[in-house]
Design a protein around this ligand. Sequence first.
Ligand SMILES: [Zn+2]
Length: 233
Amino acid sequence: MRDLVQFHWPVDESGYEVFERAEQAIVPDIRPRRAPTILDSVTEPGGLYIRPKGGTVRTQPLFVSDPVLFMEFAATPRTPEGVIGFANKYGLLFSGSAAKEDGTTPAELLDGEWYGQMEGMAYLVEKANKKEWSALPERVFGVTSVLAPPSSTAPGELPTLKVRPNTLMSAIMLQFALHVSSPIGELKMCAQCKKWFPFGSGTGKRSTAMYCSKKCNERAKYERRNKKTGRAN
Ligand SMILES: [Zn+2]
């Protein structure tokens, strides 16, 4: 199943910022296909929002770089700083690009949107830890199946089935669902970068591993060495 997932999510390289917005009416479709109704007069709630600063965008293969992101998401502080820190690394939860098609910048509400999703994830992790499976949702939302034609016309080549989460939030939910339904190893937090990572049989990481990556291992070694030299002077 993990091999089936194809997911690249954009992250603004100049980072994200929180701003305050007053309640506002949603801009109606410029070419309505029908007469406006009372349902069109919807307002967007006021409050703190997060948006990209509008730099260049990089994409990362989340299921390779961060296969258990739901742990970090659940543990992220529900504060503007916490949300900015998470978005700077992984992007917005639902909006996939720095600029929408109409040229406006996507923005997501903290209270009610980000905080609500974080709280929901923390709840699911807690239930999974207690093995209260009946508390878990039956559906993992927002996934598209793609059947890609073979890359060559050579005989015997077959189409490839891929599953694509529609948003970062769907990807986080799918990672959670994969972990509880077919766990690979156990999870622990990296002593250096605080990311969670799987360890034990099948993960390529020993149960004594303290760091998520070679990079974090090197970084920790370097810091230890610097501390020692600092004391010697
Ligand atoms: Zn690390």
